[in-house]
Design a protein around this ligand. Structure first.
Ligand code: HXC
Length: 288
């Protein structure tokens, strides 16, 4: 779909780049010639992903264990990244989420999600942005949100609140940092199966009870997304030639949110016993 070497000369940081959609985007950038830096919480997972992506693409990748819930760690790691060479792009992909009735959530549960998605995304963006501004460099920010920023996210309220905040950050910074040569866009994916999301959004007891929620019949294009389709959109937004596009939040969901909200409203049918089983399954996943 893209010319060989399209991303040559670019250096792009992908948070949460060791797994899931973050890894798919990182690998697509590498395959087109970008140097990629991946951040995540688990060093061993990152190192393995970086080695596999180098082997698959022949591209270059640095892996750094950074927990974006820790603002001090972000700034230190960002300084090390810029000391080597300034970034040209930042992809805010790292996220956390699980389904739960909102009335069951403790302050700690809210912080477990908002600390990554809202605060972590903000702190990472500022750490890159202030260095771009100080150095007089251009930069491109791409944040991964969800279609819940428009339709709301019943049973995923801390995620929906945080992602809506990231969409607001995107439109705000497009205006504030545009005069400094910094673009900000967002992609709002619908259903793209990944291990991290599916274990927490479609845990086994829920899948067994419902078959699926938001299955293909609810999607106008009648299927879930392929990772390569999301990666292609990310490449397009980060590529040279896309320099006039800023402040956009672009859905890629097969038409799902227009048709039915693209969220978990159908979980209103569950009872307390169902939620007890679901919480147990999710917490077993978190503990791994
Ligand atoms: C209610 C829960 C809970 C549940 C945890 N908690 N699970 N409360 N129901 N099912 C509460 C705990 O009791 C605790 O509060 C607090 O949340 C923190 O729990 P921990 O087990 O310590 O969580 P932690 O280890 O921090 O892990 C949480 C996480 C984790 C960081 C969010 O799930 C994770 O690592 N996620 C990364 C991968 C991921 O989530 N990917 C999905 C992204 S999908 P108390 O008060 O008891 O201390 C996405 C959008 C997808 O973003 C859109 C698709 C359409």
């Amino acid at each position: 779909m893209f010319a060989n070497g399209l991303m040559t000369g670019q250096k792009i940081l992908v948070t949460g780049g060791g797994t899931g959609l973050g890894r798919s985007m990182a690998e697509a950038f590498m395959a087109l010639g970008a140097h990629v830096v991946i951040w995540g919480r688990r060093g061993a997972v990152l190192d393995e992903a970086a080695a596999e992506m180098r082997a698959a693409t022949g591209g270059s990748c640095d892996a750094m264990a950074v927990d974006i819930r820790n603002g001090g760690a972000i700034d230190e790691a960002m300084q090390a990244v810029f000391d080597a060479a300034p970034l040209t792009g930042l992809v805010n992909n790292a996220a956390g989420n699980f389904i739960s009735p909102t009335e069951d959530l403790s302050p700690n549960a809210f912080n477990a999600i908002a600390g990554i998605v809202a605060a972590g995304t903000f702190n990472t963006t500022v750490a890159a942005g202030k260095r771009w501004i100080e150095g007089g460099h251009k930069g491109s920010i791409l944040s991964i949100v969800t279609t819940w920023v428009w339709a709301g996210g019943p049973f995923t309220v801390p995620s929906a609140m945080s992602k809506a905040g990231v969409a607001a950050m995107t439109t705000s910074l497009a205006q504030e940092w545009g005069p400094k040569g910094i673009r900000a866009n967002a992609i709002a994916p619908g259903p793209f199966p990944t291990k991290g999301a599916w274990e927490r959004l479609m845990p086994a007891p829920l899948a067994a009870k419902t078959g699926s929620v938001g299955g293909s019949d609810d999607i106008p294009l009648r299927r879930v997304g392929e990772h390569s389709e999301l990666a292609n959109l990310a490449v397009f937004l980060m590529a040279p030639g896309c320099e006039y596009l800023t402040g956009a939040v672009i859905p890629i969901d097969g038409g799902q949110w227009l048709a039915n909200g693209g969220n978990f409203h159908a979980l209103s049918a569950l009872d307390r016993d169902d939620w007890g089983m679901i919480k147990g399954a999710i917490q077993a996943t978190n503990a791994k």
